[in-house]
Design a binder for this molecule. Structure first.
Ligand code: PAF
Length: 285
């Protein structure tokens, strides 16, 4: 299996995309921070079905990490990532250096309203500015027709959709279902931080959220269902729960029983913060 070509300059990325376009080929992009896992591979497979060419960016974006967060510790494993990209036949890996994306004097931040309110923003106030800024840059650099984002980061997916709508970025955003291990644990690069005991506990996160979603779908009061989920997470061994909330799936406005919903959560296991979300079963809403 051949590794994809790798470019690390914006000029080389643009030249490659220009060549593809000259040949009438459509381009799909999968933005990543590397440390690829099966979840990313599923996004790349979807990208390859949508377009003739697929570019995967691998860039650990400092702008979305707060000073107290795990930027330095975030796993970087380019050689392994390129082997994984070979497995799914990605065409191009874009691996810019930090100073290529944020040269000296860089001074712009994109702030998206709407779905960025609350949830993650209550705990990571600058996170979505960092994500929106880098995603807008990547889209302007690669000019993809499509971009694929995982539902695992559900609020991020909604924020990126809002960004593209508001700035008229001509990219179709495709949301891809969360890939889970056989116990239901959502694939995440940060799972690599978990020890064996923590993994067992982490696997309860989706079970507890599913229970909450099922309770909501069958008419349980929101406060009770959420309080029960938080209680169950702590009883299972999570150290701290940042939030468990029910939101409308499209707008992320507070959920009402007659709307399609999503239960979203973030909780800490030791020093690792996990997020997950599940749909409130639509047929029963
Ligand atoms: O989801 C991620 O890995 C990142 O937030 C993204 C979208 C690649 C932006 O850095």
């Amino acid at each position: 299996m051949n590794r994809p070509d790798v470019v690390d300059s914006i000029a080389a990325l643009r030249a490659r995309v220009r060549d593809w376009r000259r040949d009438g080929l459509r381009v799909a992009m999968v933005p990543t921070m590397g440390a690829l896992h099966d979840g990313h591979l599923s996004l790349i497979r979807i990208a390859r079905e949508k377009a003739e060419r697929c570019v995967v960016s691998i860039f650990v974006n400092p702008a979305q990490f707060a000073p107290s967060e795990d930027l330095d510790k975030y796993p970087r494993q380019l050689a392994r990532d390129l082997d994984m990209l070979a497995m799914v036949k990605a065409d191009l890996a874009f691996t810019p250096a930090v100073d290529a994306m944020y040269p000296a004097g860089f001074a712009t931040r994109i702030s998206v309203g709407g779905p960025s309110a609350g949830l993650e923003s209550n705990f990571r106030p600058t996170f979505f500015e960092g994500v929106a800024t880098v995603v807008a840059k990547l889209f302007l650099q690669a000019t993809p027709d499509y971009a694929v984002f995982g539902e695992k980061d559900y609020q991020q997916l909604c924020v990126v959709r809002q960004l593209c709508r508001d700035l008229d970025l001509p990219v179709e955003i495709i949301g891809a279902p969360t890939i889970r291990d056989t116990h239901g644990l959502a694939m995440s690069s940060r799972n690599a931080y978990l020890g064996e005991d923590e993994l067992q506990i982490a696997r309860e996160l989706n079970v507890i959220l599913r229970k909450a979603a099922a309770a909501l779908a069958t008419g349980a009061g929101q406060e009770d269902a959420i309080a029960e989920a938080i209680r169950a997470l702590i009883a299972t061994g999570f150290r701290k729960v940042d939030y468990v909330e029910a939101r409308e799936s499209l707008t992320l406005a507070p959920w009402r029983h007659d709307r399609a919903g999503r239960v979203l959560a973030a909780a800490w296991l030791g020093k690792t913060r996990l997020i997950d979300n599940v749909a409130v079963p639509a047929a029963r809403v």
